[in-house]
Design a protein around this ligand. Structure first.
Ligand code: G3H
Ligand code: ZN
Length: 284
């Protein structure tokens, strides 16, 4: 596969003051739409699969499709495992050619998160693969990952500094008020906390659960040092809305290409919009 380590993409974003989307692949249409959007806007690209998407699509199909999609790409592309739950899953992704992995030990006590993340960093860095980790816990739902609001917790800036020093991770996902999935109320981001985290850690900071966050807040987060912004639900909703519209407009339609094709176009338009908000267009 024609891939680069995610750290190459994010270190440039960190220096340049913009963010790159971590865009989730759910099926072939998502992959094609996201790659086309990045090509057209000349944006570096981080394609990511959750473990749920891997289960749904299958590792061989993910690798085969990404191989096909990146054969002629002219922008740098990283393939990243999103919310990796164990050392074993991470090793499986590395063996299959992923150029980046996330180990999500955010539900473990601090010392256990450090130990597991350090172990992943040692193995991944030995073969040139980047590592993202998470400290603090986001609420909401993504695939099989569901965290009740009462169990969510914000990232402690002092702990973040210690965590980065002891693990050697390339990027750190922080919890500052975003949540996975659809927001019940209005999301309130703790920008002071983000500022303090960024003063203490120099590596790229990652914002998860970015769907539904207003443009102004996203831009502010980027201006305060967020370099990777994860989006999935917004694109799923764009796809579903278009497919519903097609089916409602023509009750006779049955060809999946006439149903999913417009859905693919809707994802692409939503991805382009997000790339522009994040400022990664024209950075190649
Ligand atoms: O890891 C993936 C993201 O955090 C996506 O979150 O579906 O709320 O945009 P979202
Ligand atoms: Zn996430």
């Amino acid at each position: 596969m024609n891939l680069v380590p995610m750290a190459d993409i994010l270190n440039k974003a960190n220096e340049g003051g913009y963010a790159v989307g971590g865009f989730n692949i759910n099926n072939m249409e998502f992959l094609q739409a996201i790659v086309q959007a990045a090509e057209e806007t000349r944006s570096p690209l981080i394609l990511q699969t959750s473990e749920g998407a891997l289960k749904y699509i299958g590792m061989d199909y993910v690798v085969g499709m990404v191989q096909a999609a990146t054969k002629n790409t002219t922008v740098p592309v990283a393939l990243h495992l999103d919310h990796g739950s164990s050392f074993e899953v991470i090793m499986q992704c590395i063996r299959n050619g992923y150029s980046s992995v996330m180990i999500d030990g955010s539900h473990y006590p601090f010392e256990e998160n450090v130990r597991l993340t350090r172990k992943v960093v040692e193995a991944a860095h030995a073969v040139g693969v980047s590592v993202e980790a998470e400290l603090g816990r986001l609420g909401g739902t993504e695939d099989d990952l569901s965290v009740d609001e009462k169990d969510a917790s914000f990232t402690d800036p002092e702990e973040a500094e210690e965590f980065v020093k002891r693990t050697g991770v390339d990027a750190l996902a922080v919890s500052i008020g975003t949540a996975h999935g659809v927001y019940k109320g209005e999301p309130k981001l703790d920008f002071d906390r983000l500022k303090e985290i960024k003063e203490r850690i120099k590596i790229p900071v990652v914002l998860h659960g970015a769907s539904g966050i207003p443009e102004a807040d996203l831009k502010k987060a980027v201006s305060l040092g967020v370099c990777k912004v994860n989006v999935n639900t917004d694109f799923q909703q764009a796809y579903a809305a278009k497919v519903r519209e097609v089916l409602a407009n023509d009750p006779e339609v049955f060809d999946p290409r006439k149903i999913c094709g417009p859905g693919r176009e809707a994802i692409k338009a939503a991805v382009i919009e997000k790339i522009m908000f994040l400022g990664s267009n024209g950075r190649v």
